[in-house]
Design a protein around this ligand. Structure first.
Ligand SMILES: Cc1cc2nc3c(=O)[nH]c(=O)nc-3n(C[C@H](O)[C@H](O)[C@H](O)COP(=O)(O)OP(=O)(O)OC[C@H]3O[C@@H](n4cnc5c(N)ncnc54)[C@H](O)[C@@H]3O)c2cc1C
Length: 393
């Protein structure tokens, strides 16, 4: 029977990151992915590698600092895949966040980012407003410019898996996790590959199944604690040109939520929404009212989009955030990643709940710290901070 130090379930960005971190640390590892790499949330994000400016408002400074550090790492190691882009925040007479508040926020952002590459910011002078892709200028008081990065989330995920494979990590795909039996030495894992039922041993299983993580955790024996989480749907729509050249960070007129309007593969992408989701994760789909909401937000800022209706939407996708269960609005809930083991000492099964595309590498390193005591000592092969990431096609 095959034996691995670590078996990882789920080939999204977190599974990819843990696979790479295991391989870099010299551990044998297998990733089991049911459909295709990044077939879940990791191809349905806003595709931003960012510190998360808005998390400053909810005091999530650690998250912002970590994300800005990770942005700097990827700007160095993944130049083909992660690029800095100008972000514009238009401030109108009625906009809730005023220019002075944004400047204080951006100063804190630069400070938390160690004043590294891409932390400069300023205002776009009125004389240059005509260069802003037809942005509505009526009642416009100021336009603040700063920098964050954009990626192709699915390509990034594939690049991280390729980096892990180059260090000897293995991939079973398409293959579905079926069950795990925990014992004194680790776990016995059953998974289905094609029509064959396969079995292998793992010292530790890492559950990186994103919105399906609670389903996976339910198939572990003896039963383990499963935290209460909410799934919150986020939809994006893609509309044909006129294309914006920068990324616009706007306030939705109806509820003040932050929405991004950004260039995406020759068209314009608008997102996202936050709708509590109660169904099966496989069933998530953009809702007509979400699409209408996003169109209305974009039309309020770009008069050239005014004629568009839902029939003009060229692309649409919805993903699911995993957030701690709660009664409040999803917008204000903690975005910190939760790592939950079957036990505190020498875990045999560790689940990743939540998290951010941007922080995948940091999350993977935190997973390694948590499972270190369950693993044999191996000779490290590389540092994930230095491993280059390249496009796979
Ligand atoms: C709308 C939205 C926008 C976002 N925008 C951003 C952003 O701009 N920047 C940012 O930093 N973060 C963003 N995020 C967060 C980020 O996208 C997610 O945290 C991240 O993609 C989650 O990755 P994951 O690997 O945990 O899950 P997923 O990508 O969902 O991967 C889970 C994988 O597990 C597989 N799986 C499930 N069950 C099984 C099984 N039984 N056997 C084998 N495999 C299985 C699935 O097929 C899937 O591929 C966004 C999230 C959402 C929802």
């Amino acid at each position: 029977m095959n034996e691995f130090d670590v078996v990882i379930i789920g080939g999204g960005i977190h599974g990819a990151g843990v696979l790479q971190a295991c391989a870099a640390a010299g551990h044998s590892s297998l990733l089991i992915e049911r459909r295709g790499l990044a077939s879940g949330t990791s191809s349905r994000s806003s595709k931003l590698i960012h510190g998360g400016l808005r998390y400053l408002e909810s005091g999530q400074f650690r998250l912002v600092r970590e994300s800005l550090h990770e942005r700097a790492v990827m700007l160095r190691t993944a130049r083909e895949l992660v690029q800095l882009r100008p972000f514009y925040i238009p401030v109108y007479r009625k906009t809730r966040r005023r220019p002075w508040q944004l400047r204080i926020g951006l100063f804190a952002y630069a400070l938390l980012g160690g004043f590294s590459e891409g932390t400069s910011f300023g205002s776009v002078p009125r004389s240059q407003w005509h260069t802003l892709d037809g942005l509505e200028t009526r009642d416009l008081d100021a336009v603040i410019r700063y920098y964050d990065a954009q990626t192709d989330d699915a390509e990034l995920t594939r690049a991280v898996v390729a980096s892990a494979q180059s260090l000897g990590a293995q991939l079973a795909m398409p293959a579905s996790f079926v069950r795990a039996q925990l014992d004194a030495e680790g776990a016995l894992v059953n998974y289905e590959e094609g029509s064959a039922m396969r079995e292998c041993r793992a010292r530790v299983i890492v559950n990186a199944a994103g919105p399906w993580a609670t389903h996976v955790a339910r198939d572990v024996r003896p039963a383990i604690d499963i935290p209460r989480v909410d799934l919150v749907q986020g939809t994006h729509i893609v509309v044909p040109p006129p294309t914006v050249s920068g990324i616009y960070y706007v306030e939705a007129p109806s509820d003040g939520r932050a929405v991004f309007i950004m260039p995406w593969k020759g068209a314009t992408m608008i997102g996202t929404t936050e709708t509590v989701f109660r169904g099966e994760p496989d069933q998530v789909r953009p809702l007509p009212e979400e699409e209408q909401y996003l169109l209305e937000v974009a039309q309020a800022y770009f008069p050239a989009l005014k004629g568009l209706t839902r029939n003009d939407i060229a692309g649409r996708f919805a993903g699911l955030r995993v957030l701690p269960a709660g009664d409040g609005k999803a917008f204000g809930r903690s975005r910190e990643t939760m790592l939950i083991g079957d036990r505190d000492e020498r875990p045999r099964f560790l689940s990743i709940y939540g998290g951010k595309l941007t922080a995948w590498r940091a999350t993977a390193e935190q997973v390694m710290e948590r499972i270190e005591t369950s693993l044999p000592r191996r000779r490290s092969r590389a540092s994930t901070e230095d491993l280059p990431l390249r496009r796979t096609e």
